[in-house]
Design a protein around this ligand. Structure first.
Ligand code: MOS
Length: 729
């Protein structure tokens, strides 16, 4: 099916099931411990063995020799797979990292070997007996130093070109009566999802089956096929339940590759889970950034020049963190410049983490906007409203499909009681506590991609939907079921949903905040086809037929839905295609974040007291799961503001705090009451569901809102995240 924009009225608009706050349909499986996460499958071929990944102990250099003799003699050890016996290994398309040191070591924690044994403990013990001699080389581990000493070149980023320019930024900035020019820093951050990277792999002849934990099945197939040098038709991936990903499980990581290699070596199924410390140094992370922002404005607060430069580091050939993306779209201004530069660093690969680009970009831009508002003597909410734009500021011919940013700002200010804020920092005091309020704007791309689904009706009236969409804890199962239920006129309990299998019709999966909108559009297309098949089977005129309350009705006839499958299951499949939709419209989601903090005047302890998010993301498919995505993003944003930072050992080249004790994220006691509300918005431009994703929007803008609140409380402007108490003293 081809999507014709704008969407016309369709069965989804009834909203009897779509939009309702259904609890997650797979929730009971998860809370009773019966959902099969990657490491937990029981229905496996006999003889499961365990693989333990040994990570490189140097940051840069090469392996001189590997002596596995003692390890191979240890009890229960079956194999030690290294670059010497693994066979040729390629790379995936999305990451630049190589999955095995061979013999060059690109970064600390890169896999050197996978030790396979009868038990996990046996494999781990034997891994300690593998003797690896390294030749250490000087590596580049310090972003700031590397930017000074080594030439850096523009790099392609994901999400846009490395540089953009409109008008004459330099002249307009120089001429602006009010200017700010500040530099901000964001640290390396870890996804820190609950479930580690894990895979069970086995071979049956040349057929490879992997039970794993990845967000995008189609990328997984492609990247594993490229890495192993085998046709993707010979690979079967299954990820029905995923314990969080945040972009860290976008596609193939070393657990998948090592499990496949190990299973091939021992001709048995092999389980591999990355240990928590290995996750930090072996897999991808959000790279640290240095960002310079210049804004020029007239005295009455109109931005005339806006410039944003971003620097980050990566492995050779790695991607830029596209921190300038949001600056290209969020505010007006006739003269604009964005520029990304990359340094080569010999740390683990920097790549996608929840709202790549927007999250760290707004951490800088939205402090800069706060600084500029103060310089102008304008309220920060009013300053943002003053600079709203209804067309893409870099491509004026391209309208936003829907843009209700101003309404987010106004609604938030009113609901939060923003009017009670004192503009002068330090003016609100309660005993020893300095109280402040801060806010920030939020924007995150809301793209959509072609997506397929299969729908099957049986004689009991059960509709089974199959797509390779994944559920990373977000509610995909539930919104897919709601979509099908609404389309077929049945209760949600009549829908069975099967996700996360590479043999199901392809979707973009969970990534880029496009999964919800794309996958449900594919389900819509399949259900349109199923409705036609049902009508035809029943001899009804499909133009008149109504699907409601478990029945199919036409004229004065009404029959139970299942009757259409009385002679056998009806199975259909379709793909929804969107053509050049994203070229014609700027597809974005918007929000506004408000935070109140209290800072102890003597100890510098920072506590967030309350937070509010107002979001505009098209039709909300499930009021509960969408809210959960937003408040989850807000929790993550508090972490980004106040805690999260991977400390780099700049001498030896690794992330030091590589566990959940040292890498701090918020716990319950850190999080106050959170409010998240959605504007009543539909976006008929984007899909028949008129919906966009919300999973990444909830994070963007949170950290700067908190940082701005800390400034309002204390008068201390922190431009280097996280805002920790030592910076308050
Ligand atoms: Mo997201 S970082 O695009 O999974």
């Amino acid at each position: 099916m081809k999507f014709d924009t704008p969407a016309t009225t369709n069965p989804i608009d009834r909203m009897t099931i779509v939009g309702q706050p259904y609890e997650r349909i797979e929730g009971p499986l998860k809370v009773t411990g019966t959902a099969t996460y990657a490491y937990e499958w029981k229905d496996l071929p006999a003889g499961v063995a365990y693989g333990y990944v040994l990570g490189a102990a140097i940051g840069k250099g090469r392996i001189a020799s590997i002596d596995a003799q003692d390890a191979l003699r240890a009890p229960g050890v079956l194999a030690v797979v290294t670059h010497e016996n693994a066979g040729p290994l390629g790379k995936g398309a999305f990451y630049v990292q190589r999955f095995l040191a061979a013999p060059e070591v690109d970064h600390y924690g890169q896999a050197v070997a996978v030790v396979v044994a009868e038990s996990f403990e046996g494999a781990r013990a034997a891994a300690a007996l593998v003797r690896v001699r390294y030749v250490r080389e000087a590596g580049a581990f310090d972003l700031a130093a590397q930017l000074e000493s080594a030439p850096v070149a523009p790099q392609a980023e994901f999400g846009g070109p490395p540089e953009t320019a409109v008008g004459d930024f330099d002249a307009a900035f120089a001429a602006a009566p009010v200017q700010i020019d500040e530099t901000y820093e964001t640290p390396d951050q870890a996804h820190a999802m609950m479930e580690p990277h894990a895979t069970i792999a086995w071979w049956d002849g040349d057929q490879l089956t992997c039970r794993t934990s990845i967000q995008q099945m189609n990328w997984g197939l492609r990247d594993l096929a490229q890495t192993l040098g085998i046709p993707k038709e010979t690979i079967h991936l299954q990820s029905p339940y995923i314990g969080g990903g945040f972009g860290g499980k976008g596609t193939v990581q070393s657990d998948l590759v090592m499990a496949a290699l190990a299973a091939r070596a021992v001709r048995r199924p092999v389980k591999v889970a990355l240990t928590r410390p290995l996750m930090f140094n072996n897999t991808i992370h959000r790279p640290a950034t240095i960002q310079r922002i210049r804004i020029g404005a007239t005295r009455d607060g109109a931005i005339t020049a806006i410039g944003h430069e971003n620097w980050n580091g990566n492995l050779p050939g790695g991607r830029t963190e596209p921190s300038t993306l949001s600056t290209r779209a969020i505010y007006a201004g006739a003269n604009r410049m964005t520029r990304n530069r990359l340094a080569v660093l010999d740390l683990a690969e920097g790549n996608a983490m929840r709202a790549p680009g927007e999250a760290p970009g707004l951490m800088a831009l939205e402090i800069a906007m706060d600084e500029m508002a103060e310089k102008l003597g304008m309220d920060p909410v009013e300053f943002r409203i003053r600079n709203d734009t209804q067309v893409d500021p870099e491509k004026p011919e391209r309208p936003f499909s829907v843009r209700n940013f101003v309404e987010c700002l106004r609604t938030g200010a009113e609901r939060f009681g923003w009017g009670d804020r004192k503009a002068t920092p330090g003016a609100m005091r309660e005993g020893d506590l300095l109280v402040g309020m801060g806010m920030a704007g939020a924007i995150r791309g809301g793209p959509i991609s072609k997506a397929g689904a299969r729908a099957r009706l049986d004689r009991d009236g059960i509709v089974t939907i199959e797509t390779d969409m994944t559920d990373i804890g977000t509610g995909s199962y539930t919104i897919v079921a709601q979509t099908a239920a609404e389309m077929m006129g049945v209760g949600i309990d009549r829908i069975a949903v099967r996700l996360g299998d590479s043999r199901f019709p392809e979707t973009p999966g969970s990534g880029g905040q496009q999964g919800a909108a794309s996958a449900t559009a594919g389900v819509y297309a399949a259900c349109v086809k199923l409705r036609e098949a049902v009508a035809q089977q029943l001899g009804f005129n499909s133009a008149e037929v109504v699907f409601a309350e478990g029945e199919v009705r036409s004229g004065n006839r009404a029959v139970p839905l299942g009757q259409a499958a009385a002679a056998g299951d009806l199975t259909v499949e379709d793909v929804m295609e969107f053509g050049d939709l994203s070229k014609r419209y700027a597809l974005q989601t918007f929000g506004a974040h408000f935070a109140e903090v209290a800072v102890d005047a003597y100890t510098g302890e920072i506590r967030v007291r309350r937070m509010l998010a107002v979001c505009a993301a098209g039709r909300i498919l499930n009021a509960m799961t969408a809210r959960s995505q937003i408040i989850g993003g807000m929790v993550m944003g508090v972490g980004a503001a106040l805690m999260e930072e991977m400390a780099v050992d700049k001498r030896l080249g690794f992330f030091v705090n590589h566990d959940l004790a040292g890498y701090e994220v918020p716990v319950h006691a850190d999080i106050p009451h959170l409010d998240a509300i959605f504007l009543d918005e539909v976006d008929p431009t984007i899909s028949p569901l008129k919906a966009k994703g919300v999973g990444e929007l909830g994070l963007t803008g949170v950290a700067p809102a908190v940082a701005n609140a800390v400034y309002n409380a204390t008068g201390i402007r922190v431009r280097r995240y996280p805002v920790t108490l030592d910076k308050m003293l």
